[in-house]
Design a binder for this molecule. Structure first.
Ligand SMILES: Cc1ncc(C[n+]2csc(CCOP(=O)(O)OP(=O)(O)O)c2C)c(N)n1
Length: 365
């Protein structure tokens, strides 16, 4: 009963999320910037996909298209000491924290100018200078690392939060529950952000989870505050995230957020044409038509008189031009030199150093 009451309170409170204080404060320029960010993510990935299909990349790429409001909304609230870590579907979060399309596209191409010098590819975008601790390929592997970031923030006495993104499939991994126990026990400022797109590879939430209508409420067992909200609405994402960030900053307490969302494409390019048949064409069409976060925000801004169709086209075209230019940059960039294969290997760098012996990578002062 108590759980349901809390859940209802969350939805009622966010009835018109554009009226939440954090959103009422947005200027016209701020709102256009949020739209621009979502369009940049989408155009970047659309260009990336077409280049992949043109044989320009190897490995897999995992597209974020359909979920842009979550990354753009959450990261728009980041302060100086807030840090982000995520899984392999990392392109959206990377662009949202301010990484450039050039360094990201070059990484998809495996080029030396990529953010991980072409050695990471789609799943491993990193930018520690932007408090972005990367894309990680082991499902839920980022959750203890996110906890460590939160520990580091607290240890240093900073007013910050570790924003750790994970999928609905990752929620079922054991490591996640160890994290919840420690986060609550030790009062760590970590925010676990579940992007519930209802599928882990080809397995639906219905087939993988006992409790299907709310994943965030599992936080109850650990005394952790949680909220569930509509991920397709960037205003709602921001309203709910802001409260979690305040809790982290002011009380050093964890939060679990769950945003319902949907990926338009397959798990990776391997099932981009939905060969597995685990989702119906009607379902995909419905989400694209009625729940697309960019179209919803566009309509919202037009109805408020903040945006016109012409301005929208301009922003969208500029994002496409930027993505095309980044593909050109990537194509013209060199591959990593074969001699650099032993560089950037953790063990090699740290062997015998003081940092390696004492673990002072993050706590370096
Ligand atoms: C520990 C582990 N088990 C299995 C896999 C294979 N795998 C890669 S992605 C994935 C699905 C994860 O789905 P979810 O967490 O919902 O994220 P989404 O793809 O929806 O963003 C699985 C099972 C893996 N990478 N790591």
């Amino acid at each position: 009963m108590e759980i349901l009451a809390k859940q209802n309170a969350v939805s009622a409170e966010n009835h018109d999320s554009s009226e939440a204080e954090i959103n009422r404060k947005l200027t016209t320029a701020d709102q256009l910037e949020l739209l621009r960010k979502m369009l940049q993510i989408r155009r970047f990935e659309q260009v990336g996909l077409s280049k992949y299909q043109g044989g320009k990349m190897s490995g897999f790429i995992h597209l974020y298209i359909g979920q842009e409001s979550v990354a753009a909304g959450v990261c728009s609230l980041m302060g100086e000491h807030d840090h982000v870590i995520t899984a392999y579907r990392c392109h959206g979060h990377a662009l949202a924290v301010g990484m450039t399309m050039n360094e990201c596209m070059a990484e998809l191409y495996g080029k030396a100018t990529g953010c991980s010098r072409g050695k990471g590819g789609s799943m491993h975008f990193f930018a520690p200078d932007k408090n972005y601790w990367g894309g990680h390929g082991i499902v839920a592997g980022q959750t203890p690392l996110g906890l460590g970031l939160a520990y580091g923030i607290k240890y240093k006495g900073l007013k910050g939060a570790a924003l750790c993104f994970l999928g609905d499939g990752a929620v079922n991994q054991g490591a996640f529950y160890e994290c919840l126990n420690m986060a609550s026990l030790m009062d760590l400022p970590v925010i676990y952000i579940i992007e519930n797109n209802r599928y882990s590879m080809g397995t639906s939430l219905e087939r993988s989870s006992v409790v299907k209508n709310c994943l965030a409420e599992r936080g109850e067992a650990f005394g952790i505050e949680w909220a569930q909200a509509k991920g397709e609405d960037i205003n709602e994402v921001r309203a709910v995230t802001q409260k979690a960030i305040e809790r982290a900053h002011n009380e050093s307490r964890p939060t679990i957020l769950e945003f319902d969302t949907y990926r338009h494409y397959g798990h990776s390019v391997a099932d981009a044409k939905h060969k597995g048949g685990y989702r119906s064409a009607e379902e995909i069409e419905d989400y694209k038509k009625n729940h697309d976060p960019i179209q919803l925000y566009k309509r919202h801004l037009i109805s408020k008189g903040v945006l016109t169709e012409e301005e929208y086209t301009k922003i969208s075209d500029a994002a496409k031009a930027e993505a095309d230019a980044s593909a050109k940059f990537a194509e013209e960039s060199p591959l990593p030199d074969p001699s650099s294969i032993f560089e950037d290997v953790y063990f090699e760098v740290d062997r015998g150093t003081e940092a390696g012996r004492t673990g002072k990578h993050f706590f370096n002062d």
